[in-house]
Write a protein that binds this ligand. Sequence first.
Ligand code: ATP
Length: 140
Amino acid sequence: MDNYLTVNVVTPNGLVYEHHAAIVVAKTLDGEIGILPRHAPIIVPLTIDEVRIKRVDADAHIDWIAVNGGVMEVRENIVSIIADSAERERDIDVPRAERAKQRAEKMIQEAKQNDDIDELSRATVALHRAINRINVSKHT
Ligand code: ATP
């Protein structure tokens, strides 16, 4: 079959998502990329951002996934996303993400006061993860 994609999202916890899709849109370090069937083979690093997947079944419903970086490989109409963590919109615990956001904001303030560059960079990444989850949760 060459008129649809098979999309897998895998994390250390296992397979988070597997569906057939008409298009996948993800954010790479070089910007947004849209993958259609018969796309040339690629491997690209992803940023902490949302991945949009338009299903071929389910009335072309759009699924949203909060992806925590990782890589996307496209080969023979199979799109494989491998990331440290990834959650579908419906699986996101919003209060947890809000708490993580507040914690990260506090850590950023403290790291700035202490001139702690490493802590500032860790907290900034944690803040991005939390904001990404909150944004994706709003797509339900
Ligand atoms: P927290 O501080 O809340 O643990 P975190 O960004 O440090 O957030 P991660 O290390 O990225 O968390 O993820 C650890 C595990 O918890 C992963 O399996 C991830 O999918 C899951 N996870 C983290 N935050 C959420 C959330 N808000 N809703 C659902 N699952 C989450």
